[in-house]
Design a protein around this ligand. Structure first.
Ligand code: B12
Length: 271
């Protein structure tokens, strides 16, 4: 994984990046829009106090002026706000950190050929949503033959054996199935982030695989979901994090890059 800073060239000669200000009505006016919910009523006499509270929060976050442009009661005890206002912060694009794709994008044909030549057997992928998460659309987009964004899913690749366990798979079930299938790669999806469930579940999963496998035989661990941070792979104990907009081809190419294309993980022997 390569984490790199942007090399965008622009009008700031000292950093090699571009200094930007948000834009609402006129270029560079610093205007932004923010939405949030406060656990307070805005019904009747409470409405002015609620709007004042929203403006106070926005002020404390650095918005000045802060205009409450929308306040909608969410039942008797909660209010949803949209606040529009000016911030003075600048964005320096030379300091933006992103995870770059450090492997080539392969076509399904190239993936199949690479596996056939490099492994001489089908590569086994076991996937699912762990914990209580029942959001299967994301993992299905990657695994199911119908695919995503015009690309076929991994089931389409002849040299991949795909075992999709679906929703609400427990970590012990996942490890057991991975062993039974002799999985080369584990693909876990986590969409719900309430109380950091995605972080805790992923750490539990990676710890369980580390405990159950000697390091040189452990399957490649991949996690994906819309609210992960791509730079967090090491913290989560996984090999790679994929985020929103991921396509099946990217995942297939990564798996081949790590397991087949002559670049085994440290300590791992090609089997
Ligand atoms: C559809 C949906 C549902 C459906 C799910 C049906 C199903 N079979 O999946 C149903 C109605 C069941 C549902 C239920 C719930 N939902 Co819901 N749901 C959504 C919704 C509208 C769309 C999610 C989706 O399908 N996205 C489309 C897919 C393609 O995108 P994706 O998941 O991001 O996947 C892509 C990438 O992230 C990545 N990816 C994802 N996983 C993986 C895995 C790997 C290995 C890789 C490589 C890549 C990868 O690749 C995919 C393709 O690019 C979202 C809101 C939204 N607009 O996102 C809420 C949302 C996710 N749900 C939410 C909630 C709260 C719930 C419930 C708790 C509601 C309730 N109180 O009952 C329940 C929880 C049920 C449970 N036990 O999990 C919240 C989560 C909030 C949070 N902070 O966690 C959201 C964000 C709505 C919201 N704004 O409040 N939900």
């Amino acid at each position: 994984m390569t984490v790199s800073t942007s090399s965008t060239t622009g009008d700031d000669s000292t950093t090699g990046g571009t200094i930007l200000r948000p834009y609402g009505d006129t270029t560079g006016d610093g205007m932004v829009q923010l939405s949030f919910t406060l656990p307070m009523s805005s019904l009747g006499a409470q409405s002015k106090i609620a709007e004042g509270a929203a403006a106070q929060l926005a002020n404390k976050m650095g918005m000045d002026p802060a205009l409450v442009v929308h306040a909608k009661p969410m039942g008797p005890d909660f209010t949803f706000f949209v606040v529009y206002g000016r911030v003075n912060h600048l964005v320096d694009t030379s300091k933006v950190q992103v995870v770059e794709r450090d492997y080539p994008l392969l076509s399904p044909k190239e993936v199949n050929l690479s596996i056939r030549k490099g492994l001489r057997r089908r590569l086994v992928v076991v996937g699912g949503c762990i914990g209580t998460d029942a959001h299967t659309v994301g993992i299905d987009a990657i695994l199911n033959i119908k695919g995503f964004a015009g690309e076929k899913g991994l089931e389409y690749y002849r040299e991949l054996k795909v075992v999709n366990l679906g929703a609400q798979v427990s970590v012990p079930q996942l490890v057991e199935r991975a062993r039974a299938e002799k999985a080369d790669a584990i693909l876990v999806s986590q969409v719900v982030t309430q109380r950091d469930a995605h972080i805790l579940n992923t750490k539990e999963m990676s710890a369980a695989f580390r405990e159950s496998y000697p390091s040189h035989t452990r399957p490649l661990l991949i996690v994906g979901g819309p609210r992960f941070d791509e730079t967090m792979a090491a913290d989560l104990g996984v090999d790679r994090v994929f985020v929103r907009g991921t396509t099946p081809g990217e995942v297939a190419s990564y798996v081949v890059h790590r397991l087949v294309a002559g670049r085994p993980r440290p300590g791992q022997k090609a089997s």
